[in-house]
Structure formats: C-alpha cells, structure tokens
Ligand binder design. Structure first.
Ligand code: XMP
Length: 326
C-alpha cells in the first residue's frame, strides 16, 4: 500500500529530523493496535533509542502483560520494559467510582511513571536525553476529547488526549493523530506487523477500570478479567472476533441478582457483554452475535467465574450510547 508506506516514510524522516542523535523517546504500549503500530513506527525511526513501556496498572486483561511482552519484543523487535505498578494504581483507585476521576488518576499516574522511567533511562545510558513521549492518539480521540463547544461538551477525556496533567514535562509525538482506525490497521500491515497484532481490538488506556461500574477492587478486577477472557475466547474460536470492532465485558458490581446453583440460592454480580461493529469508533452498531454463541458465553461465564450469576448482552448503538460504559 503506497499511501501508507509513504505516510510511514514521511513520519520516519520527520522523527529523525526532530529527535537528535542522543535523544531517547519513551511510549506506552497497552496491547491494542494503536500503540503497537506507533511503537513499531518509532522503532523503525530510531531503533533502541525508543523505549516502549508496558505499565501493568492492575487493570489489564487477563494475561495481557505476558502476551504484549511476547508480541512486542519477540515478534516486533521493540525495545520494551515492563513496570509492575498494580498496587500503586489500585491503592489510588480505592473508593473511587466517578468515571472521569478514574481517568484522571490513571492518566496522572501513567505520566508520573513515564517521567520516572525517563529519568532512569537518562541515568542508565550516557549520553541520553529522554524528553519525548510517544502516544498513539487517533483523529477520533482528538475530536471527541477537544470539543468545539468548550470543555462542558467534552464527551470523555481520553487519557491520551485531554487527561494529561499540566505538570507533564515530556513533549508529545503523535504519529497517528491524523488517522482513523482502519487506516492505522492499513499502516500496520504496510509495516509488516503480524495479523494477530493488526487485528487486535483497541483497548483503552484506563483499561478495565472504566469497565467496572463502581469501585475498582482486586476482586472486581479478577471477576472481570476471567469473564472477559472467556468471552474473547468464544469470539476467537467461533470466528467472530475479526468481524467485530471491539468486544469486552462490563461488570456491574453495585447490582446484585438472584440465581440458583445446585440446591442453593445465589445473590451475585451481573456482567454485560458488549460487541460492536464499527470502522471509525465514532459511530458503532451492536453486533448481531448468534444466540448459540451468546448461550455458550453465558453458561461458561456463570459456571466458571466465581461471583457472577447473570450475563446480559448490550444492544445499544453509538450514538446515543458510547462504546465504553464510562
Ligand atoms: P467511546 O466509549 O468514547 O470509545 O465510544 C471510543 C473508543 O475510544 C476508546 N476509549 C479510550 N481510549 N483512553 C483511551 O485510550 C480512554 O480514556 C478511552 N475511553 C474510550 C474506546 O475503547 C473505544 O475504542
């Protein structure tokens, strides 16, 4: 695809002109397609002077940290370091239920961690200046976070756009800022990134924290991770994953439902499966998943995940609903 190859080459030239020979760049990788493509592009431009950082904020998908590590390091040759910060994030999130507060806490802590990692890189490598931060911001993120009608009309402060604190000293590099998601995938293919990475659904920076409608406790995270892993597994094995723009589970820990298990009554949590069809993530339709697959998901989640006794399917489209619940 020559358009995307040109786009990549232009960006690589631009970065080499902007970033000096002793400059290093750091960037977050989350496991979604955007940060993967941005990281590979940056690695092509400056090699190991790009440091991808995988922050385990305690709100990643089940086993995601290991999988991302393997894909980025072994498959894509990206210089990656992991920062295990689960308890740091979960301690700060304790007792917090407001969605925008969750985003601000997570976005702010991410930036603190990046600044700490930038300082470490400068201490470890001589001579190195680490003043740039790579972000996989897309065009729709820019439009939806920076509303023309002023801050009150902002839909959500995506932490990779509006949620960055003023105290951040790092300068931003945003190679995907002009692209829509389908163009990012094209770019990924033009860069030779393997299909499994290119077709991964996007995953929001605040992760599972904004898929728990209430407090982000370790127990809520565990239930959501397990249910989410089952749902994704069913979508992959049934061949629907690729046809879906984004699929995930939402946990409603403030709602309890009555159920029966064996001879006993249960009074437990409700979870919701969300699958949408979309190309640009600005609008989306709920995906018409066959009942048989929904049935498998429900019996597996309710039988295998301790603490969930009811599974629902979200049939809302965007607009008026957004893709995420928070
Ligand atoms: P919504 O929920 O606004 O989501 O319809 C559109 C796309 O954006 C992702 N999203 C986020 N990504 N930080 C991110 O990095 C965020 O705070 C955030 N909120 C939503 C969402 O997963 C979907 O792909």
């Amino acid at each position: 695809d020559w358009v995307m190859t040109d786009y990549a080459n232009d960006f690589i030239e631009e970065v080499r002109a902007k970033v000096g020979p002793t400059d290093h760049v750091i960037g977050a990788v989350s496991g979604g397609v955007d940060s993967t493509v941005a990281a590979v592009l940056m690695t092509r431009a400056i090699g190991d002077r790009f440091h991808a950082i995988l922050v385990d904020n305690g709100c990643l998908r089940k086993d995601e940290a290991n999988q991302v590590l393997h894909r980025m390091k072994d498959d894509c040759g990206v210089n990656l370091r992991c920062v295990s910060a689960s308890s740091r994030f979960l301690d700060l999130l304790a007792g917090v239920t407001d969605p925008e507060t969750k985003r601000k806490i997570i976005g702010g802590t991410f930036i603190e961690i990046f600044q700490e990692e930038a300082t470490k890189i400068e201490e470890e490598i001589y001579p190195a200046r680490c003043e740039w931060l790579l972000q996989g911001t897309l065009y729709p993120d820019v439009i939806e976070s920076v509303s023309h009608k002023g801050p009150s009309a902002t839909i959500k402060t995506h932490h990779n756009v509006g949620g960055l604190p003023d105290t951040m000293k790092l300068k931003l590099i945003e190679p995907l800022r002009e692209l829509f998601k389908d163009e990012v995938r094209e770019l990924g293919m033009a860069l030779g990134i393997d299909e499994a990475s290119v077709w991964r659904h996007p995953f929001p920076g605040p992760g599972l924290a904004i898929r728990i409608m209430g407090e982000v406790t370790p127990e809520n995270v565990r239930m959501l991770q397990e249910a989410d892993a089952i749902v994704i597994d069913e979508l992959v094995t049934s061949g629907h994953y690729r046809k879906i723009g984004q699929a995930f589970v939402v946990l409603l820990p403030t709602v309890k439902s009555v159920g029966v298990m064996g001879d006993g009554r249960t009074y437990e949590n409700v979870a919701v499966v969300r699958c949408v069809e979309t190309t640009d993530y600005m609008t989306a339709n709920f995906y018409e998943l066959p009942y048989a697959i929904l049935g498998n998901m429900s019996s597996r989640v309710i039988n295998e995940v301790r603490g969930i006794n009811r599974l629902c399917y979200d049939i809302s489209s965007k607009p008026p609903a957004t893709i995420e619940w928070e």
